[in-house]
Design a protein around this ligand. Structure first.
Ligand SMILES: Nc1ncnc2c1ncn2[C@@H]1O[C@H](COP(=O)(O)OP(=O)(O)OP(=O)(O)O)[C@@H](O)[C@H]1O
Ligand SMILES: [Mg+2]
Length: 264
């Protein structure tokens, strides 16, 4: 069972016009009577093959929104629909199993997907090559740099062969150069696989560097404040003039939101 790497025509094989749909989603935490509204009336579609970044101040509910989309928690109101099945997840922390090698971490995801044992090694190697880590199959997690670990985590997420990839600040702990390289890799892999991506960050330039669409959330509660289409040709660089110009505009708007909500 090989992973489909060809870009889908216009849809993802489900016949659905969206890879994920959030319809008037709200989320509160806390006990009844002492509830904190974290997300308020969020409606959002990500189209098949689309790359969307969600941007907002710390604590505005970005991770909560991703967790709801992943099915790790339930919305308090509204509906979330992911027609392609279970999304793949990637976090800031690689969350690899340290007692397994890079290759075995990926093979485990393949096993959970039901890939027969005889095919797993080859498939794991193919995914490691895709993230430019061929030869790292037998390396243990502690032998890998932070950037390499995130590559393995990306390969493991891709091993789920999901049509939707949810990423929660996956490069936030990396140095700027390594992050640059991984931005390039992610853009290339997104192009090659046709996967839909919902990527959370609080880094405005990263959001603009990667996305076709940037969505800004307000804070307390998180609501959609504004969205921008990013029509800058890929591959982009974080220091490109057009990326900078749009980042300045979005940062202004983000600052306004933070001021309005009385945060630092
Ligand atoms: N399981 C939970 N129980 C109670 N409160 C929670 C829970 N998860 C999140 N919260 C609260 O919801 C709010 C939003 O948290 P969330 O982690 O989604 O923010 P975020 O935008 O991802 O922030 P950051 O940029 O710092 O990662 C915070 O006030 C947080 O304390
Ligand atoms: Mg978060």
């Amino acid at each position: 069972m090989a992973i489909a790497l060809s870009k889908p025509d216009s849809e993802d094989g489900t016949g659905s016009p969206f890879a994920v749909r959030l319809d008037r989603v709200s989320k509160s935490f806390g006990r009844p009577g002492k509830q904190q509204l974290v997300l308020d009336d969020i409606s959002l579609d990500v189209a098949p093959g689309e790359f969307v970044t969600l941007l907002g101040a710390s604590g505005c509910g970005k991770s909560t929104l991703l967790n709801l989309t992943a099915g790790l928690d339930a919305a308090s109101a509204g509906a979330i629909s992911v027609p392609g099945g279970r999304p793949a997840l990637m976090f800031q922390d690689h969350a690899l199993f340290p007692w397994l090698t890079a290759g075995r971490n990926i093979e485990l995801a393949l096993r959970l997907r039901g890939v027969p044992k005889a095919e797993r090694r080859e498939e794991a190697d193919r995914l490691l090559t895709l993230v430019r880590l061929s030869g790292a199959h037998d390396k243990r997690v502690h032998e890998l740099s932070g950037g390499m670990r995130q590559r393995v985590a990306l390969a493991r997420a891709l091993a789920q062969d999901s049509q939707l990839l949810l990423m929660d600040e996956p490069f936030a702990a990396l140095d700027a150069i390594t992050r640059d390289v991984l931005h390039e890799e992610l853009t290339r892999i997104w192009n090659e696989t046709g996967v839909s991506v919902l990527f959370v960050t609080h880094n405005v330039r990263e959001a603009v560097r990667l996305a076709q669409r940037v969505i800004l959330l307000t804070s307390r509660p998180g609501r959609i404040a504004h969205e921008w289409r990013v029509d800058i040709e890929q591959p982009r660089r974080i220091e490109d003039a057009e990326v900078s110009a749009l980042s300045v505009e979005i940062t202004e708007r983000l600052r306004e939101e933070i001021r309005r909500h009385g945060q630092q």
